[in-house]
Design a protein around this ligand. Structure first.
Ligand code: ADP
Ligand code: GLC
Length: 474
């Protein structure tokens, strides 16, 4: 069996801020019948209480011009997968995960420590599969800096772009002093960007194969509009670039067994879904009404997600016979916007800030529609989870949203949700009105679309086969 080492900054069940953690948490399981998969992660403070019987595997020193620090690797097996955690109190045992002034140094250390770990411990790694910028230096380190070491010599590299908007762009000193790279590497054009060092660009240049998380996003990032200024670099690698749609963990996200929701249901027992709506309305102080259409948002509140379209259109949205529940934190002006609106639409609008796993499940279970009008969306998991819970996604036709939501077609009642094309308030509102109309005037058709959505297969079954093809091509 080939041994694949995932390198990432987050993974369920240990640490999650977004969909990256869902993917790194569930793809290894899907691959595990054909590959041995292990995962390498930082040991954040929040992870420590979750480790049960983790054992130290090895300790070593990382020495570059600006880093002289010890590293210890702990191992914990969970559900048959080996997880390796990089322990360093100063770099990772903090309140948060990202956004610190020394992120360049922290993740330079993370990449160096992973490469050194592979050198020190013979794990017989065949493929390193790195995810997002945090692990973006792995291909370069392994293929250039550590290339003479026998444990690195034959390793092949797959890199997955979950979000091109976050690139790990740092001053050149991170390359020279933290990573200890030679002037030759720094100046050959492969990692420099805007006179700094760019972790994501480095991965695009040095990985053997690059994947991203939906076929549409794989196309979109080759152009100026979505390429985040790396489209030219990506075009050079377009024949090694694959768009593979994410799956979700259909055991964890299962309305007929979900321990977080009060009433279980499936596509044949949608009446129980309504009970979840009533429970959610009660919990959040919304007016109790099983017949009122309940809209939901479960999201990081960032410009990427098109949240301001909802806020800007609030008067018209709330002019319809609907209630709205929003869960998420992020940009201050968006949080403030929802807080302000709650006062205005008391009893019809609920806003809960923060990251709240149980409430997210209750929202997916209790709502009728999920709004996801993203400006761009590499894949998106919320819309897939919503469909699994019979909550119809209303999405913009972009990236993975386009690839996973089939728009409702009134002529044959096909479709699994609703979609609009242009990133505009009026387009969002137009399709929302159509969905609301269907809900109130053609309830049996709305239910048919709910059943269509619930009967879709969003498991990893198909996509893990595509990853296997990429691995086996190396
Ligand atoms: P992204 O990774 O860009 O944030 P995705 O749709 O791929 O978007 O994944 C988001 C994941 O995070 C989903 O599992 C969603 O349920 C979860 N999520 C987002 N916001 C919250 C929140 N405030 N509380 C709990 N879960 C959340
Ligand atoms: C990123 C993207 C999201 C994707 C997730 C998992 O966070 O924003 O669209 O679903 O990664 O791949």
């Amino acid at each position: 069996m080939k041994h694949i080492l995932f390198v990432a900054s987050e993974s369920l069940p240990f640490v999650k801020t977004g969909g990256l953690a869902d993917v790194v948490g569930s793809l290894p399981q899907a691959l595990s019948s054909n590959y041995r998969v292990s995962v390498f992660l930082p040991l954040y403070s929040s992870v420590i209480p979750k480790l049960k019987d983790a054992k130290a595997v090895v300790s070593f020193q990382i020495s570059t011009p600006c880093i002289h620090q010890p590293a210890t690797i702990l191992k914990q097996t969970h559900d048959g997968i080996d997880y390796y955690f990089l322990q360093h109190q100063g770099y990772f045992e903090r309140d948060g995960y990202y956004g610190y002034p020394d992120d360049g140094e922290r993740f330079a250390f993370f990449n160096l420590a992973c490469a050194t770990f592979i050198e020190k411990v013979n794990l017989s790694v065949d493929i390193i599969h790195s995810h997002d910028w945090h692990a973006g230096m792995m291909p370069l380190l392994s293929r250039v800096v550590f290339k003479h070491h026998p444990n690195h010599k034959n390793i092949k590299h797959v890199f997955t772009i979950h979000n091109l908007a976050y690139q790990g762009q740092f001053p050149l000193s991170v390359a020279k002093d933290c990573l200890g790279l030679s002037d030759h590497i720094i100046n050959d054009g492969s990692i420099r960007f805007d006179d700094g060092v760019n972790f994501l660009k480095s991965a695009i240049v040095y990985a053997h194969k690059i994947t991203t998380v939906s076929p549409s996003y794989a196309q979109e990032i080759l152009g100026v509009a979505f390429g985040e200024r790396l489209h030219e670099v990506l075009r050079l690698r377009q024949y090694d670039l694959y768009g593979i749609l994410n799956g979700i963990d259909t055991t964890f996200w299962n309305p007929s067994e979900d321990p977080f929701i009060p009433y279980h249901f499936d596509s044949e027992t949608l009446d129980n879904k309504i009970k979840n709506k009533l429970a959610l309305q009660k919990k959040l102080g919304l007016k109790s009404s099983e017949n009122t259409l309940l809209l939901g948002v479960v999201s990081r509140l960032t410009w990427q997600k098109g949240i301001h379209l909802i806020l800007d259109q609030m008067a018209d949205i709330m002019g319809l016979d609907v209630q709205l529940v929003v869960l998420g934190s992020g940009e201050a002006h968006l949080e403030h916007g929802f807080r302000h609106m709650v006062e205005k639409y008391y009893g019809r609008l609920a806003y809960v800030a923060g990251y709240n796993e149980p409430l997210a499940h209750e929202i997916y279970a209790g709502c009728d529609l999920l709004l996801m009008p993203s400006l761009f969306e590499p894949c998106g998991l919320s819309q897939m989870i919503a469909m699994r819970y019979g909550t119809l996604p209303l999405v913009r036709e972009v990236g993975g949203l386009k690839d996973s939501v089939l728009p409702y077609n009134s002529s044959d009642q096909s479709g699994t949700g609703f979609s609009f094309k242009d990133f505009s308030i009026s387009d969002l509102y137009h399709v929302l009105r159509m969905a609301v109309y269907l809900y109130y005037h053609y309830p049996s058709e709305f239910e048919q679309v709910q059943r269509n959505a619930m009967n879709e297969d969003f498991s990893w079954a198909l996509s893990s086969v595509q990853y296997a093809k990429v691995y086996d091509s190396l």
